[in-house]
Design a protein around this ligand. Sequence first.
Ligand SMILES: CO[C@H](O)c1c[n+]2c([nH]1)[C@H](O)[C@@H](O)[C@H](O)[C@H]2CO
Length: 451
Amino acid sequence: MAANPNARRFPEGFLWGAATAAHQIEGSPMADGAGPSIWTRFAHTPGMTVNGDTGDVACDHYNRWKDDVALMASLGLKAYRFSTSWSRILPDGTGRVNQKGLDFYSRLVDELLDKGIEPLLTLYHWDLPAALDDRGGWLNRDVADWFAEYGSVLYRALDGRVKKWVTLNEPWVVTDGGYLHGALAPGHRSKYETPIATHNLMRAHGAAVKAYREIGKHEIGLVVNIEPKYPNTQSPEDLAATKRAHAYMNEQYLDAALLGKYPPELKNEIFGDAWPEWADEDYALIKQKLDFIGINYYTRSVTQATDSYPLKAGAVRQKLGTYTETGWEVFPQGLTDLLVWAKDRYGNLPTYITENGAAFFDPAVAEEGRVRDPLRMGYLKKHLTAIRDAIDQGCDIRGYMVWSLLDNLEWSLGFSKRFGIVHVNYGTQERTPKDSARWYSKAIETHGASI
Ligand SMILES: CO[C@H](O)c1c[n+]2c([nH]1)[C@H](O)[C@@H](O)[C@H](O)[C@H]2CO
């Protein structure tokens, strides 16, 4: 049968994988000498998560890691993006290394390599050691040294087996959720703390990259979430609001990391007197050469002027839009648009889509062991096609990590939202590949031709 003429293939070496994060899947947060993280505390604080759900068990990956790697291999994954728990490695955040914590990740990496799956390791996916939060956490300038120390422990232990490192996952979510609006750990709500947390996150990113250049021999990058903003109308107010929202969510972190400066809107239009003047040496630390960037994409925002604090911008629900269970519009064109924007603004750095996926209401596991999730299959198909369109426009896209391998703990939303291509029965911990997993396996096997 002739190959589908429309099946433009993905570049040779395109990395097909799936992503997870430590707090969301591991469980056993205090096992084998680990220390608590801010999420251990936050989730155990009444009212902070849906149904009071915590990461005490999650997907029990801490005990089921070997079977989960076998599951990844059965799906034909070529890569697996995961995060390490800082407080498993350094229970106090700095100083004493917990060898059993390090051994867990060393065994996981060896098993991945043994199955021909490339590990992509994220140092920080939101679970700061509680001991460091007690010392100010991301508000303490010393956190840059603390983070570089943590990264260095892992670089020395795993570099060479791990060849693609990520410093931070989505600094925007850490600051907007954890310091401005308080929906995420550590649950602060301060316009004055937010810029300080932002800046220290980026200083820590720079310090960790500098440390890697001394120790590591492979690649390191930064992962950001990008949500393209489209003006609801061409009114001056909506255009200004869209520009503000774009600067705040999309430009802020990559501009700091790659251009050595923040967008002017942050001080002039959003934070005002809450935006400190940073020293030049801070910018020099933040702006480090990166080997790649990771972009997490889920949705776009049609944006209008509102009285929201402090951004004065908000999203307009699209009457004819299709929305996921998390209330995000399905808009694959936004992925193409943002990849072309990033190429043009930052010089076409090697780029991985480090997260893309959707939560839909999935039916229970059927008798024959199937989980029919056509909406998720359609979402993945549309977004992989959008990536091919961006590649055709010259974007250097190197890989795609579907979010997520497993249904897992969706932070403050608990277990109420399912993003996995594999269903998890949280009562029995049974894993069942959904139809989307079978579809994704075929896409990987045909290098995209079956999409
Ligand atoms: C604001 O959406 C972000 O791009 C985003 C979405 N997501 C994320 N970031 C996080 O990196 C994951 O831990 C979440 O589980 C996942 C699904 O919510």
